[in-house]
Design a protein around this ligand. Structure first.
Ligand code: HEM
Length: 285
């Protein structure tokens, strides 16, 4: 029988290339931090640097976990479901590292940690998201799924959308100046949630290429609008003036374009896979 620690093996105990690749992906930020070790140690606040890295990767892996369902349908790659739990648990491991580094930064003084968290809104938001991730991880075992029953388990795990929203709010609240990356990340999350809303609304398991295109365009427009309104409020300027810079490459490629590019990649994958899927039986005849 396969040991539960042999995460690189599938349920039948065979070595799974997909699991090995997922494990490598999850270890990538760690490898990057080791490569950057010199810069981190010589930086002004090494622990704070690590807190930021761990927080950022928690959010990224949360997004990757949420991307499994749409991507396995778009890419017609059903096996991807086999690594969803691994990605979810990996996300929580980074969240644990993020909080542990914060505790270390407070000199391991737990009363100071509690005081800090309860006196700063962005930390309260982060802490609620953290507890949510902990609850979902704790209920991710086969035994817990069986105990809760499929329907209740699925309902409980829908909390992931609220957790993602809280994590994004936490991210925005602690961002000091440039909101380009947070807006881009928020755009990607909006696409992932929008995909589910569309699936639910259309009452079908998968979306047509045209629906994916429409979703990508709408989410890109929302990203442009969200960024313009956010900057408008923060810097007391008209959002329309911000929107004027959308085609100005010197001002940097706006997150809306980046979200559109990511959406169009998904559309292209769907287009190719839909054709390939249809052509395959014909070729076999
Ligand atoms: C008790 C729980 C948490 C605490 C105490 C905490 C604390 C912090 C702190 C101190 C920072 C740096 C702020 C600064 O330097 O001004 C930060 C940044 C961040 N945190 Fe958290 N956090 C928590 C939970 C989470 C969770 C659950 C997520 C994601 C799911 C998350 C994602 C982030 C991100 C994305 C950043 C910014 C990273 C960057 O600069 O690129 N945090 N957090």
């Amino acid at each position: 029988m396969k040991s539960k620690w042999h995460v690189w093996r599938d349920r039948r105990g065979r070595l799974s290339p997909l699991r090995v690749a997922t494990l490598a992906l999850l270890l990538l930020p760690l490898a990057k931090a080791l490569l950057d070790a010199n810069d981190i140690v010589q930086g002004a606040r090494p622990l704070n640097d690590l807190i930021h890295r761990a927080g950022f990767w928690t959010l990224v892996f949360l997004g990757v976990t949420l991307a499994v369902t749409p991507f396995r349908r778009v890419a017609r790659y059903g096996n991807l479901i086999d690594v969803r739990r691994m990605l979810g648990v990996g996300t929580f491991v980074y969240a644990v590292a993020h909080l542990s580094l914060f505790v270390a930064d407070q000199g391991y003084d737990l009363s100071k940690v509690v005081h800090e968290i309860t006196h700063r809104v962005y930390l309260i938001v982060g802490a609620v998201a953290w507890l949510g991730l902990a609850a979902l991880t704790a209920t991710s075992t086969d035994a817990m799924i069986k105990r809760l029953g499929g329907l209740r388990w699925r309902r409980l795990h829908q909390a992931i959308y609220v957790i993602a929203l809280l994590a994004l709010i936490h991210y925005f609240q602690q961002t000091k100046a440039d909101v380009t990356v947070p807006v881009f990340v928020a755009g990607l999350f909006t696409w992932l949630i929008g995909y589910r809303v569309l699936v639910w609304w259309q009452g079908r398991g998968e979306l047509s290429t045209l629906s994916l295109l429409a979703l990508s365009v709408v989410v890109a427009l929302l990203t442009f609008a969200g960024e313009a309104i956010g900057i408008g409020i923060a810097f007391h300027v008209s959002p329309l003036r911000v929107l004027d810079t959308v085609f100005d490459v010197d001002a940097g490629i706006r997150p809306g374009w980046q979200v559109l590019a990511a959406g169009l990649c998904v559309v292209a994958i769907d287009f190719v896979r839909a054709r390939w899927g249809r052509l395959r039986p014909v070729a076999a005849e």
